[in-house]
Design a protein around this ligand. Structure first.
Ligand SMILES: [Zn+2]
Ligand SMILES: [Zn+2]
Ligand SMILES: [Zn+2]
Length: 271
């Protein structure tokens, strides 16, 4: 199972819009992995998780081939994860070369509610499926388990556990604080080969909406205790904000000694 982190930032990106904070200034000066676009993950070149406004940039710069994507999982409706304008390019009238095959989107009620009116138009070539916590989805060999996140109480935000056809397990855990008890219950004893955790608040603690460095160490302890991880589990920190107080280079010095890989745009891992 190949997992490619196409974008690794929170909503504002790094450097952020209109921002002159020290983190943004440093990121702009250093460039490279310190520059982050909004979060998106690609699995095996054919399964996409989230559709941020930077999807087009990922297509241009990181080899995302949208023609190969038949299924997209959406975590929640926040604009950094769900950018309707570009999703609708599939059926854009001037886009005559667009491949005819429909794309299936899986998302919570908020996401499905926004997409459904468009999906009624056959020319749009969109299929919409409601994803509910703890109701498994089978798609083209993948077993996907939506899990409940602790994020925006206004909607049912989701995390996704993805099992590939060869039995490898990956858990994408961004836009969440500490996992809710029913999510922990669902994944008890389910050992993941890789777990990616939200690191939005960086040096600051949170846990109720997002997580920071200290929170992901605590979350790892809880997941190990829950038998959702073992010695083989690869740990990744992802979804960073300039508000977290450090750029990629500093995050590496803080997190790698703790056994966490710090995700950057374009990072690929194989499990
Ligand atoms: Zn986000
Ligand atoms: Zn900033
Ligand atoms: Zn969010």
């Amino acid at each position: 199972m190949k997992i490619r982190f196409l974008g690794t930032a929170a909503a504002e990106g790094t450097p952020a819009f209109y921002c002159d904070c020290p983190v943004c200034a440093k990121a702009a000066r250093l460039g490279g992995r310190n520059i982050r676009t909004r979060s998106q993950v690609l699995i095996n070149d054919d399964l996409l998780i989230d559709y941020p406004p930077d999807t087009y940039l990922h297509m241009l710069n990181l080899g995302l081939d949208l023609k190969r994507i038949h299924n997209v999982l959406i975590t929640h409706s926040h604009g950094d994860h769900f950018f309707l304008h570009d999703i609708l390019m599939k059926g854009y009238p001037e886009n005559a070369g667009s491949c005819r095959e429909p794309v299936s989107f899986y998302g919570n009620a908020a996401v499905a509610g926004i997409l459904e009116p468009y999906a009624k138009d056959e020319n749009q070539r969109l299929r919409v499926h409601a994803a509910r916590p703890f109701q498994e989805i089978l798609l083209e060999g993948y077993r996907v388990m939506p899990l409940r996140a602790l994020h925006d109480p206004a909607e049912e935000c989701l995390l996704y556990a993805v099992e590939s056809p060869d039995g490898k397990r990956f858990l994408l855990g961004n836009d969440t604080g500490y996992f809710p008890e029913d999510t922990m219950e669902q994944i008890r004893g389910m050992v993941f080969d890789a777990i990616s955790l939200d690191c939005t608040t960086g040096k600051e603690r949170d846990g109720g909406n997002h997580m920071g460095f200290a929170d992901i160490l605590e979350m790892r302890r809880r997941l190990l205790e829950n038998h959702s991880a073992g010695e083989q589990t690869m740990w990744i920190a992802q979804h960073f904000s300039h508000n977290g107080g450090c750029v990629y280079d500093e995050a590496v010095t803080l997190l790698e000694p703790e056994g966490f890989l710090v995700a950057y745009d374009g990072m690929t891992i194989t499990i």
